[in-house]
Design a protein around this ligand. Structure first.
Ligand code: NCD
Ligand code: ZN
Ligand code: ZN
Length: 352
């Protein structure tokens, strides 16, 4: 059994770092293991233009001083986003994607898109300039069951959009269904998907069986095991259209454990250890590097990192710190409810 695995330094192509005290508390957990990340723009107010994006980027750089970490930004698409804003973003190396939130679909999405027709001029500018569109792919229609919202989005919004604008490069973020995996696998060009670590590990039972567990609630909501298995198959397939975006999305325990709790899981501190557990469980540690460190970089036009990290396998499960302090409250770290035998080796261990 391999007990050490050295891979190129991974990247996180879907990450929430928040702002202020929360940013300072959570960002080092990502910067320790990851070389680059695509930072989600769903702040309040949202990051809708270059001025806001560059200022936020600077705050992230301040919060990750001393780490070898580069944040890249996604602009938040609204019905007021102009083609000029898109062209300015495409011309600046700091911004590498535009994020589409259907209005009301998820955390801080109220400024998102109600009608796709209203954003066509912006999307056309993206198709022209090659700036990718990252999509939270769920419909928000009340009558559509929450477990079916991703599939409805593919059929009713995404596929028609891709037919209308075939040049548009699209990333379906945090896919959760076999329908999405099938859609990506059967597409020809211009479509990729991120997969989170938690959706490779949990099903809806984690949220609902044996008591309700708000820490496992995120959007898109975890589905039944058949879907998790399809995501695992996609992640370990070696198909470069699938790459890791953790969607690590910290909320305080106060915000999670409320009568209307927030969606999102804080996975950054354990993401690489959990991912190694999944890939080793499938007998595919050899494909971890592609998924975590190569395919996403290539999609966004970067070279994979020249640096490395080493993952180490332990005979006994590795305990993790379950909670961090932030914002005068606590943030609970993702616990996959299954033993994790891996850790990211720190410099001191390497020398030992
Ligand atoms: C994210 C958040 O909290 O910002 N929550 C989540 O459940 N994934 C938003 C998102 O990525 O949809
Ligand atoms: Zn989302
Ligand atoms: Zn997210």
């Amino acid at each position: 059994m391999t007990d050490r695995l050295t891979i190129r330094r991974p990247d996180d192509w879907h990450l929430h770092l928040r702002d202020g005290a929360m940013l300072s508390a959570v960002a080092p957990h990502t910067a320790r293991d990851f070389g680059r990340a695509l930072i989600m723009p769903n702040l309040v107010p949202p990051v809708t233009d270059m001025t806001a994006a560059l200022a936020y980027r600077q705050r992230i750089q301040n919060a990750t001083k001393g780490f070898d970490f580069t944040p890249y930004m996604a602009l938040y698409l609204t019905e007021d986003t102009s083609p000029e804003t898109i062209r300015a973003a495409a011309a600046d190396d700091a911004v590498i994607a535009v994020k589409l939130y259907p209005a009301g679909a998820t955390t801080n999405s109220a400024s998102g898109v109600r009608h796709i027709d209203s954003v066509m001029p912006a999307l056309e500018a993206m198709a022209e300039t090659g700036l990718p569109l990252a999509i939270h792919g769920e419909v928000t229609t009340d009558s559509v069951d929450i477990f079916d919202r991703e599939k409805h989005f593919i059929d009713e919004v995404l596929d028609p959009l891709r037919q209308r604008l075939p040049q548009l490069r699209v990333v379906m973020e945090h896919i959760t269904t076999e329908d999405a995996a099938h859609y990506v696998s059967s597409s020809d060009t211009g479509l990729a998907a991120t997969i989170t670590v938690h959706h490779l590990m949990i099903t809806r039972n984690h949220i609902l069986a044996g008591g309700i567990r708000p820490h496992y609630y995120c959007l898109p909501v975890a589905k039944r095991s058949r879907h998790r298995d399809a995501l695992i198959a996609a992640a370990v397939s070696g198909d470069p259209r699938y790459f890791m975006g953790t969607d690590s999305a910290p909320h305080t325990d106060h915000a999670k454990l409320s009568p209307c709790g927030c969606a999102g899981m804080f996975t950054a501190p354990v993401a690489m250890a959990c991912l190694a557990e999944v890939f080793s469980g499938q007998g595919h540690l050899d494909r971890l590097e592609g998924f975590a460190s190569v395919f996403g970089a290539n999609f966004y036009g970067f070279s994979p990192s020249e640096q490395t990290i080493t993952l180490r396998r332990h005979d006994t499960p590795v305990p993790v710190t379950p909670i961090i302090e932030a914002d005068g409250d606590q943030v609970t770290v993702f616990d996959p409810m299954t033993p994790v035998h891996w850790s990211v080796e720190v410099e001191a261990e390497k020398k030992a």
